[in-house]
Design a protein around this ligand. Structure first.
Ligand SMILES: [Zn+2]
Length: 307
């Protein structure tokens, strides 16, 4: 059955803060599903200052379709994670409202807990740290979660009990397009990416990620479809984008990596990477951070234009 492309599932991460690096790694492996708009993800870093965090966590836990429990001794010994979040997650799983998937990070005594009754990932519950190649462990996890996502999206919507997928129309710009939300101009707009719909036709102000003095107005839909900073894309190609592209190509070549290898590591299509290197367009701040990590350079060292 084909899945409904206007529906999206919410994935909740239940994890101990000490396991944050694992959550980050898993998030990167689930990124392709986020880009396909099959899932949105939620974890406690999304809590804004001043919000009562326990209520906020509970609200998201209660509306998620898939709950990933990152299992380690840190998790099992946390009263909040194990005692409160996990119990609520299991109640929803038993009621058929949500799918709970334990992700086994490292060896721990989880099989004796109620988690032992669930189908854990990686396959057969073999902890990620026990795999010789951790990328393969993450790949295994991502593939299985993708299967669950496809199944849930293909289910008839009126199936009793299970939480309904979200309609893309009801999501905010920040949730659906976090990269583009970073170009939102906080000074010129009265609304924020957190309270405007991602599918809104409203015209708003954008602020260039390469140079914050570049501002332009465009509807949200045209920005989503690729209408970027008019200054950078027209007038100053030679000043800004070509040097940055050259910097990127230089880094890649000095590492001895092919365009395919780097595109795969960054999880972008090869023509996107080629476009950056040619100076046709610029990466979003989120992508820039990943590029910097990959090459071990600061944005400035890569030729990223200064403010
Ligand atoms: Zn610009």
């Amino acid at each position: 059955m084909a899945s409904d492309s206007t529906k999206i599932l919410k994935v909740f991460y239940c994890y101990a803060h000490r396991d944050k690096v694992w959550r980050d790694a898993l998030e990167r492996h689930l990124e392709p599903m986020r880009r396909l708009h099959q899932i949105i993800t939620w974890y406690d870093r999304h809590i804004e200052a001043g919000v009562e965090w326990k209520k906020e966590i509970e609200a998201h836990l209660n509306t998620s379709n898939i709950i990933l429990i990152l299992v380690s001794h840190n998790f099992l010994y946390s009263d909040y994670c194990y005692g409160i979040e996990m119990q609520r997650a299991l109640e929803r799983h038993k009621a058929g409202e949500a799918r709970v998937i334990p992700i086994i990070l490292r060896p721990a005594e989880w099989k004796e807990t109620p988690l032992g009754e669930l189908q854990a990932l990686p396959t057969n519950g073999k902890p990620i740290t026990s795999w010789r190649n951790r990328d393969e462990a993450f790949q295994d996890i991502a593939r299985e979660i993708h299967n669950v996502v496809r199944t849930l999206l293909a289910q008839p919507q009126n199936r009793s009990g299970s939480a309904l997928p979200f309609s893309i129309k009801s999501l905010t710009l920040r949730v659906l397009y976090p990269d583009i939300a970073e170009e939102w101009d906080p000074l010129e707009n009265t609304l924020t990416p957190d309270n405007i719909d991602a599918t809104s036709e409203q015209t708003v102000w954008w602020r260039c990620i390469a140079n914050s003095s570049h501002k332009w107005q465009a509807t949200i839909s045209s920005r989503v479809e690729g209408y970027r900073c008019p200054v950078c894309t027209k007038k100053s190609v030679t000043d800004v984008m070509i040097p940055f592209g050259n910097g990127l190509r230089h880094e890649r070549q000095s590492q001895g990596w092919s365009i395919y290898q780097v595109a795969e590591r960054l999880e972008v299509p090869t023509n996107t990477l080629a476009g950056w290197e040619k100076g046709d367009f610029m990466p979003t701040p989120m992508m820039l951070r990943r590029i910097c990590v990959l090459y071990g350079k600061t944005p400035k060292e890569l030729g990223w234009p200064e403010e």
